[in-house]
Design a protein around this ligand. Structure first.
Ligand SMILES: Nc1nc2c(ncn2[C@@H]2O[C@H](COP(=O)(O)OP(=O)(O)O)[C@@H](O)[C@H]2O)c(=O)[nH]1
Ligand SMILES: [Mg+2]
Length: 337
């Protein structure tokens, strides 16, 4: 019986894949909803769907957009996205916000800042998937990105909330990591962590307009100096620092030109292929951990065994490694049943 249900599910997935590959935005929205669902039937469907579209993925320029809250990410994406759609490109915008709930994801609140892009037929904007763990949220965003590529989107933007570990997660699923910084008052680099700067391929100083213009130019010079003192992320590709004003539309085209130049340089000598292969490899090992954890927690006996071992570790009665080995010994026969 189960296999007949699965067959129907797989057929439904194939139909959705065809609609998706025709570029239908509603099909993309539905496909992402299926991929985000935790219902077992949807999981079977999502897996079939992703397998069906996989050969059609990889065609987009994948760009992470990061920066502290209030720096101007959403306003920049509104202006940048329109520049791209006007030139005939199709743009998908995703977000990673592990703190978001269905009712109030960061982009949902920000849709007011992306009013025009939201209504643009060549744009697709999706709020962050809900989730308590960054890993779970990141997995769904990666899958959504693949689905958008299969639907023919040329540029995929992933916005981070600019706090916690989300920057690393986004840098690990995109080709380029663009860091936004606001014009500071003085010489300080506004507490942007060195680790985050090291992820950047390009830094954009925002709000370079009106009274803030001189401060923006000063900040840009300071950031450029800071990059000179760092080892570049990619050999021979020193990150540039540009100023932009999303409100006046200044510098947005230059920022895109720089992004395409970096992307072309990475593609030319296969670094892009290697980068994506390495990202896929890490994703796989992340999934191995996730799949094993899920298998444990969905089996009552194993879950009980795991929490007993967890307690033993917290109490100092067992070492984490020893406890993990004991759990593995319990899992192997259980999986064969
Ligand atoms: N002057 C100026 N203000 C901007 C610009 N871009 C964004 N802002 C303002 O900065 C604030 C935060 O912008 P938002 O896009 O929501 O930032 P996010 O939290 O990084 O997404 C808002 O009040 C914007 O109006 C800009 O280019 N120039
Ligand atoms: Mg925002």
């Amino acid at each position: 019986m189960a296999s007949q249900n699965d067959l129907a599910t797989v057929n439904a997935a194939r139909k959705l894949a065809v609609l998706l590959q025709n570029g239908d935005r509603r099909a993309l929205a539905r496909a992402i909803t299926v991929a985000e669902s935790s219902l077992p039937a949807d999981q079977v469907k999502a897996e079939a769907l992703l397998a069906a579209v996989l050969p059609r993925t990889g065609g987009a320029i994948r760009i992470g957009i990061s920066g502290a809250p209030g720096v101007g990410k959403s306003t920049f994406i509104e202006a940048f996205g329109q520049l791209l759609t006007v030139s005939g490109k199709r743009v998908a915008v995703f977000a990673i916000d592990p703190s978001s709930r269905r009712s109030g994801g960061s982009i949902l609140g920000d849709k007011t800042r992306m009013e025009k892009l939201t209504r643009d037929p060549n744009a697709f904007i999706r709020p962050s998937p809900a989730g308590s763990t960054l890993g779970g949220v990141a997995r769904r965003t990666r899958e959504s990105m693949l689905l958008a590529e299969a639907a023919g989107f040329d540029v995929v933007l992933v916005e981070t909330v600019g706090v916690g570990q989300s920057e690393t997660a986004v840098a690990d699923m995109t080709d380029l990591f663009v860091l936004l910084a606001s014009p500071g008052g003085g010489d300080d680099l506004q507490g942007i962590k060195r680790g985050v700067m090291e992820l950047a391929d390009l830094l954009l100083v925002t709000k370079a307009d009106g009274d803030l213009l001189p401060a923006a130019l000063r900040a840009a010079a300071n950031y450029q100096m800071a990059f000179h003192l760092m080892r570049p992320k990619h050999v021979g590709l020193q990150p540039k620092v540009l100023t932009v004003s999303a409100i006046e539309g200044a510098g947005i085209g230059a920022a895109w030109d720089e992004m395409t130049a970096i992307h072309a340089a990475l593609a030319a000598d296969n670094r892009l292929t290697r980068l994506r292969a390495e990202q896929a490899r890490r994703w796989f090992w992340g999934e191995v951990q996730a799949v094993v954890s899920e298998a444990i927690l969905s089996n009552a006996n194993l879950a009980a065994e795991a929490s007993a071992l967890e307690r033993a570790v917290s109490d100092g009665a067992a070492t984490p490694y020893g406890a993990a080995r004991s759990l593995l010994a319990a899992i192997l026969p259980a999986l064969r049943q």
